[in-house]
Write a protein that binds this ligand. Structure first.
Ligand SMILES: *Cc1c(COP(=O)(O)O)cnc(C)c1O
Length: 377
């Protein structure tokens, strides 16, 4: 048995007996998040294709699809393989794939599922066409637009038109639309900021959609939007589909931006927490927990938030120690206490773990493998 095949708990166990550090998912809250997003996209008249890079877990993807999502997004081929193995039949890799070995693997997946992917280079188109033709399948292609985020994508306008033409005329590929994720909008400080950034990107997207239409290339899919901005893309009249990911869990990074009228962003519930144990109380007002940077990603999403302990703060992470302090008057932590932490950034935190422990009513209900975890290929 490898270390990672040892489950931290079994269905029916009380929460008190779960091994730490473990990621817990409140099943009622994740289902509520899944439902809210499906209802929100549905009432805005856009399709929902959640991003599976947040959970990397086929069981959660199946729940999203059961609630109305049309398919899922992945960021890489290894994720797409795990999702097809888990029964997902419509997968969009919202990223560029260049290596022929990877493109061949995607082409094989297209025998079992509808597979689409993003392009921003003619090299990518040539190679994908060769691999799809060799496998006797069709891959659907979207042109990724660079909307000023400093990431990938081609310039809107003529560059996008030329690449769309290349996809449309390539054997084994079918041009279906545009990838238009505006990363900068997601964590902008206020709802008004996010709306302004998203809608100015949508205006640029609309011009390219028109340019392509005038050249006989219909964009049946215009996709983008994340947890922070999805409602603005959905209401823009330009996008046909939204691709939010973090909403299933709602991390502390999203918890720190503002929603309407300056109140905290609360469209979704914090369903994901890390359960940790106090292992040491070396000085008054201070404790160590068994969850450091090998259990929590503490990069740009920031430090975790402590659940239900006002005045208590997780202030620093070592590899295997989390440093906690509390202010006077706060309830002191004692050796052996267990606390829950809302991770700073859910996606890379989930990637550090093998299991998600689904809890409801004080007990373990489900133990989900994080199928696509790890760096992957
Ligand atoms: C990360 C990502 C998403 C999802 O964003 P969230 O902020 O997690 O909702 C959607 N699309 C692309 C291309 C992404 O990289």
């Amino acid at each position: 048995m490898t270390l990672s095949s040892r489950r931290p708990a079994e269905p029916g166990d009380p929460i008190d007996s779960i091994e730490t550090p473990s990621l817990l998912v409140d099943v009622d809250l994740i289902d509520e998040n899944i439902r809210r997003m499906a209802v929100g996209a549905g009432s805005a008249g856009v399709a929902l294709r959640p991003h599976a890079k947040s959970h990397k877990c086929a069981a959660i993807a199946r729940r999203q699809i059961a609630a109305g999502a049309i398919g899922i997004c992945c960021q890489k081929v290894s994720e797409a393989e795990a999702m097809v193995a888990g029964g997902i039949r419509d997968i969009y890799v919202s990223n560029e794939v260049i290596a022929s070995r990877k493109l061949m693997r995607l082409a094989y997946l297209a025998r079992h599922a509808r597979i689409s992917l993003a392009f921003d280079s003619s090299e990518g188109v040539t190679e994908a066409s060769r691999c799809a033709s060799a496998a006797g399948v069709v891959l659907e292609g979207l042109v990724e637009l660079d909307l000023g985020d400093g990431r990938s994508g081609v310039a809107p306008g003529d560059a996008a038109l030329n690449l769309a033409r290349a996809i449309a005329s390539a054997d084994g590929l079918r041009f279906v639309g545009l990838q238009c994720y505006k990363a900068m909008a997601q964590h902008a400080a206020t709802t008004a900021d996010r709306r302004r950034i998203s809608l100015s990107a949508a205006a640029i997207v609309a011009e390219t959609v028109r340019l392509l239409a005038d050249s006989g290339l219909a964009c049946t899919i215009v996709t983008g939007g994340g947890t922070g901005s999805w409602s603005h893309e959905a209401g823009s009249g330009v996008y046909t589909e939204v691709q939010p990911g973090s909403y299933v869990f709602m991390d502390a990074y999203y918890g720190r931006i503002a929603g309407h009228d300056g109140t905290p962003f609360n469209e979704f519930e914090h369903s994901l927490t890390l359960l940790a144990t106090v292992t040491s109380t070396p000085a008054s007002g201070r404790a160590m927990v068994d969850a450091g940077s090998k259990a929590l990603e503490i990069g740009y999403g920031g430090l975790p938030m402590v659940v239900d302990r006002p005045g208590t703060e997780y202030y620093e992470a070592d590899d295997e120690h989390g440093r906690i302090r509390w202010s006077e008057g706060a309830r002191p932590l004692l050796i052996g206490d267990r606390i829950r932490l809302i991770p700073g950034n859910c996606d890379p935190t989930v990637n550090l773990h093998d299991w998600l422990v689904g809890v409801r009513g004080g007990r373990v209900e489900l133990v989900w493998p994080i199928d696509a975890r790890g760096p992957g290929y």
